[in-house]
Design a protein around this ligand. Structure first.
Ligand code: ADP
Ligand code: MG
Length: 450
């Protein structure tokens, strides 16, 4: 199906054309018509299937310029919020809408100013609540809310925040939920938040013929040397190396740098500025290797990723699918290479039992064993880092503050927030007018049972 058949306004079609989209992707084909009709939609499709446009284009169609804030998109991470903001800006370029991103870790003042005349807000739950509590985000005119990467937001512990936000939005709003997986934990909120939703699900977007998968059986201590060997042999255009922990991510990136490979780390403990720099450098091809945790890399759309390396195998099989979905996107070819040691084996066989992947086992080649400096103690003794020293040397900042469930831990100070919210009366606060407190959302206490 082509975009012209949807009845989109000419300025939107113009933007779509400039983006080079011709055919709709599967998820777009099944979700856009009901969204445009005003139905609640729950969409499930793998990473890279074009979900942003699936909800973004209908939003741009429905939002009226100059009518205040009308659409809200919730994102699990700041990077994704920024990326989605960028996409929405492109979609709405010729319609002249204002899209404002709000996320933690940066000053709030520019966001407050930006929200004044924005029609669409994209943000992380913690910061959205912050703005709602301050009365700097006018949610009463919101007619569409999107929970993007809903599964990830639940994983990250945002369920209470999301409930607090969603229950305060106007009753008649349209609710859209998109995710790559549909775990049990999502069923409950899915039914709570939506009204008579249309449920759509599409199969993987990664074309089997374009993605080739390999694995090596390795000893744990061989992993790093093999990775270096493979990076040198394969010469990826851009590669993402996935690790299961933040600590491992840091250690691998730091060691790659020691051997002259232009790698950057991306995980939730890095400061906002460093995360943005890392992604920026990777986008620009200044760093060809991004070493990342699943959470940090979730949803990020980076083109020309020719290789995905599983340095560790994720426990969650869906996460494996999301990882390899980073390459072979939209008609490009790609390779996914997994390094399987004893502790990965169980998770890896689970992956192979769930998906019908064709993964070829390769014999270990001759490679040079390289020392792996896990704790940064060799630094003083070896030659200086080659390349991007700044990244390697700056001490990690931010501690646990922006760790799992980022944005949390900054619970609103206002005591009046909690407890008083009862479903169905939540937007009644508007009757109070004028008084600042009246504009505060009612905080609904939401059990941790999900
Ligand atoms: P998802 O949210 O499902 O992971 P994205 O929305 O990030 O996927 O889209 C992945 C990539 O596909 C983006 O670069 C986007 O510009 C591109 N894309 C989306 N829809 C189309 C389309 N209909 N035709 C071509 N490219 C598309
Ligand atoms: Mg997405």
């Amino acid at each position: 199906m082509r975009f012209e058949e949807l009845g989109l306004e000419p300025p939107i079609l113009k933007a779509v054309k400039e983006l080079g989209f011709e055919e709709m992707t599967q998820i777009q084909e099944v979700s856009m018509p009901p969204i445009l009709k005003g139905r609640d939609v729950i969409g499930q499709a793998k990473t890279g299937s074009g979900k942003t446009a699936a909800f973004g284009l209908p939003i741009v169609q429905k939002v009226v310029r100059g009518n205040g804030l009308q659409a809200m998109i919730l994102s699990p991470t700041r990077e994704l919020a920024l990326q989605t903001t960028g996409e929405l800006k492109k979609f709405s370029k010729h319609k002249g809408l204002k899209v404002q991103a709000v996320y933690g870790g940066v000053g709030i003042e520019p966001q407050i100013r930006g929200l004044k005349d924005a029609e669409i807000v994209v943000g992380t739950p913690g910061r959205i609540i912050d703005h709602m509590e301050r009365g700097t985000l006018d949610w009463e005119g919101i007619k569409i809310v999107v929970l993007d990467e809903a599964d990830k937001m639940i994983d990250m512990g945002f369920v209470d925040d999301i409930a607090d936000i969603v229950y305060n939005l106007p009753e008649g709003r349209q609710t859209l939920m998109f995710s790559a997986t549909m775990p049990e934990t999502l069923h409950a909120i899915r039914d709570e938040f939506t009204r008579n939703p249309v449920k759509v699900k599409t199969e993987t977007q990664v074309e089997a013929t374009l993605l080739r998968q390999f694995y090596y059986d390795v000893e744990p201590r061989q992993k790093f040397s093999m990775l270096v060997h493979l990076l040198k042999e394969e010469k990826p255009e851009l590669a993402i190396v996935f690790c299961n922990s933040k600590r491992e991510t840091d250690a691998v990136a730091r060691n790659l740098q020691r051997y002259g490979i232009d790698a950057v780390a991306l995980h939730g403990d890095l400061s906002q500025a460093r995360r943005e720099r890392a992604i920026g450098m990777f986008h620009a091809g200044e760093a060809r290797v991004l070493v990342a945790t699943d959470v940090a890399a979730r949803g990020l759309d980076i083109k020309n990723v020719s290789h995905v390396f599983n340095y560790d195998t994720p426990e969650d099989t869906e996460e494996f699918a999301n990882r390899i979905g980073r390459t072979a996107r939209m008609g490009e070819v790609g390779k996914a290479i997994s390094l399987i040691s004893e502790r990965d084996r169980e998770a890896f066989s689970r992956v192979l039992s769930v998906f019908s992947y064709d993964v070829t086992r390769l014999e270990l080649p001759d490679f040079r064993p390289l020392p792996f400096d896990r704790h940064g103690t060799f630094e003083a003794r070896t030659r200086p880092y080659v390349g991007i020293e700044r990244y390697a040397r700056a001490a990690p900042r931010g501690g646990g503050r922006f760790g799992r469930g980022e944005g949390r831990g900054r619970a609103p100070a206002a005591a009046g927030w909690r407890g008083s919210g009862r479903r169905g009366t939540q937007s009644g606060g508007s009757a109070g007018g004028g008084h600042r407190n009246a504009r505060r959302p009612q905080r609904r206490s939401y059990g941790r049972s999900y």
